[in-house]
Ligand binder design. Sequence first.
Ligand code: FAD
Length: 331
Amino acid sequence: MSRYVLVVAELREGALRQVSLEAVAAARMVAGDDGTVAVYLAGHHPQAHTGELHLAGADRIFAEELAAGEPVHTERLLQSLVKIAGPNPPAAVVLGHTAAGRDLAPRLAARLDAGQLSDVIAITPEQGTLAFTRPIYAGKAFEKRIFLREPWIVTIRPNNFPCKPERSAAEEPESASCAVEAVPAPDNGSLRTVIREVVRRTAGKTDLAEAKMIVSGGRGVKSADGFRPLAELADVLGGAVGASRGACDAGYCDYALQIGQTGKVVTPELYIACGISGAIQHVAGMSGSRVIVAINKDPEAPIFKIADYGIVGDLFEVVPLLTEEFKRQLS
Ligand code: FAD
């Protein structure tokens, strides 16, 4: 029997979030070639993203128009999703493990009487069913679970599901683009809360949780100004700046940048740790990075135990050298 899988996609600064495209790829894998992947997208001009979603593997889009700058309201999304799922219940729903995804998934699971797993990093076919891998105990161990029945709902961790489009834009005729259905706005009068204001604590287009390259600073950076060379290196790499709690506690940067057990969990291609000792609580948030480079004055720093490449030296000398070299290589 063919499977119908629903994805809840998100926009950030007018662009589709990378993790949403990864969710479409994961849903495509779950649905198989004969199944259907539908995407629900609420935002300003959601139809503008149809082509990109189709290339990523979507067959159908449910598009809900929001006014420009209107914040996404979980209750509102929930109402729309319940209406979409009511007449045609999906076998599965996939969301990004983002703030909105984490807020929405359990509410939707309750409404659809579905099982739910968060922060999934792999979905693998095993013995006629699908197994879901997720980190537990702050990343110190992994567990594999299966669902005993459908429907099920998962949130997926960014940067863990490859989203290379199987169909290329050149191969795909215009007419083959997927069906788009406009979703009427729910009745605001039935909402229990309203969003009065959204206060952004970080600027920049790259979300730390989705960044492919991260340059992170610790207490060794010594001041807010000390983060400047790290930001320059991150710029050259097209990445984002992160921090240890040590640096945040010292007031060198905002807590929005904190990576670790009580901060963000990141899984970039490259993580450059500058002046970070490598406490277990920090490692819990970045040990899933593909390549870890540590720069530290202390050759005994625990960060070197998990680093793929270690540079023993002063970060204020090493980081500018790396920046210059990357500039040369990438120009
Ligand atoms: P330090 O441990 O002080 O290390 C600074 C490093 O910089 C040292 O290794 C030093 O050799 C090096 N250094 C100094 N100067 C230079 C230089 N010029 N060049 C190169 N290297 C230099 N921490 C997190 O990061 N994230 C969390 O989410 C988190 N959650 C926590 C939750 C709990 C419940 C608790 C108890 C702690 C948590 N912590 C967390 C804190 C954690 O235990 C560490 O205290 C913190 O990670 C240390 O930060 P740091 O490595 O920047 O500082």
